[in-house]
Structure formats: C-alpha cells, structure tokens
Write a protein that binds this ligand. Sequence first.
Ligand code: AMP
Length: 214
Amino acid sequence: MRLIMLGAPGAGKGTQAVRVADRFGIPHISTGDIFRANIKNGTELGKKAKSFMDAGKLVPDELVCDLVADRISKEDCEKGFILDGFPRTIPQAEALDAAVEKLGTKIDYAVDIEVPDENIIERMGGRRTCPGCGASYHIKYIPTKKEGICDVCGSAIIQREDDKPETVKTRLEVYHAQTQPLIDYYSAKGVLAEVDGTQPMDTVFAQIVEKLGE
Ligand code: AMP
C-alpha cells in the first residue's frame, strides 16, 4: 500500500497518517518531522530549511525531492509507505511519480482530508507542542492536565513558530496556491480518496480505512 496524505496544514494528516501506518504495517514518512529533526540536530539541511519553515513558506523542491526518493527506496518501504506532507507542489508530485516508477511501483491512493479554513485557523491557533518529547496538545480540545506543562515529560509546552497566527495565514495561502492543485492531479489519475476532516478523529480514520478498502 503506497499512500499519500493530502490536506491543509492542521487538517489532521499527521495524526491519521500515524494510525494508517500502524494499521497497514507500513512506515510513516513525514517531511515536516524530517526537517524538524534536522533543525534540532543542527544539520546543514536543517539550517537551510528553518527560515522557510518559520515563515510558513515551503522549503524549495530541490531540498525535499531527493530526500524522499532516497527514503522510499529503503528496504522498510518495500511493502509500502505513507507520505505525510509530501508532495506539496506539482513538481514534487512529478518527482515522486518518477521515483516510484523507478522502483517499479505506483501510488495506490492519495487521501485528501478536507477541512475548511475557519476550522484550520481555530485548530492551529490553539495547538501546543512539547519541545522535550514532541507530544501535541490543543488549549481547548486536548489540554494538558497542568496548565502549560507536558503530561508526558514535564517540559513547558510551546506554540510552534509556524503555528502562530500570521504564519498560519501564510501557510493556508501557500496551501491553496501550491498544494491544492494536487487534488486535481491525483483525481485525474483516479487515485483520489476524499474524506471529511471535520469529523471526530475516529470517524475520520474509519472513513479512510473504508476508502482504502479494508
Ligand atoms: P508539516 O509538519 O508537514 O506541516 O511541515 C512543516 C513545514 O515544513 C512546512 O510548512 C514547510 O515549511 C516544510 N515542509 C514540509 N514538507 C514539505 C514539502 N514537501 N515541501 C516543502 N516544504 C515542506
């Protein structure tokens, strides 16, 4: 099962991708996570990516396409993978097509999690992250037990730079201009699976599993 997760930032791609990966026993590959790990480790790639990410812009295609092509050629991806946050532009989708073709495979489904902008703004504005262990919270929907403190590791939780209101606005603009065209791209290939992302998490997951045919 070779899958792509599409959807606006904050649509719940990451959460659902982890569950789908678990259900199908395939690796979850998040380009956002890869960049954040590189920033944390102070790598060259991290240094190059950081300014784009903090501004809510996309990291240039040339920094991400080879990285993903290399990752999906690893042994653990032989039976499939789920890409979360890639592709985000038409050139990235074309690069992915070339990479899977080289591996003699194809993308089975592009799952699009649909959520209106108003919901996204509310979700992302309230999102908090633990810099210590990576746990995610929401001030209204998933609050910490003790205000401002991570339930898992006790670190002070933060608002990610790219979840701040101005940046969220830019990320949504970038999404509509550059990533939304991928919906037509995968629809034309007959692999688009659309789900209603405004539903509770379990319902969204059930819709995805149903569309994927299991
Ligand atoms: P995410 O966690 O997927 O929302 O990604 C966080 C940020 O990482 C994005 O706002 C981009 O700056 C960068 N990023 C992640 N994936 C890509 C991609 N496929 N192409 C360009 N930039 C990306």
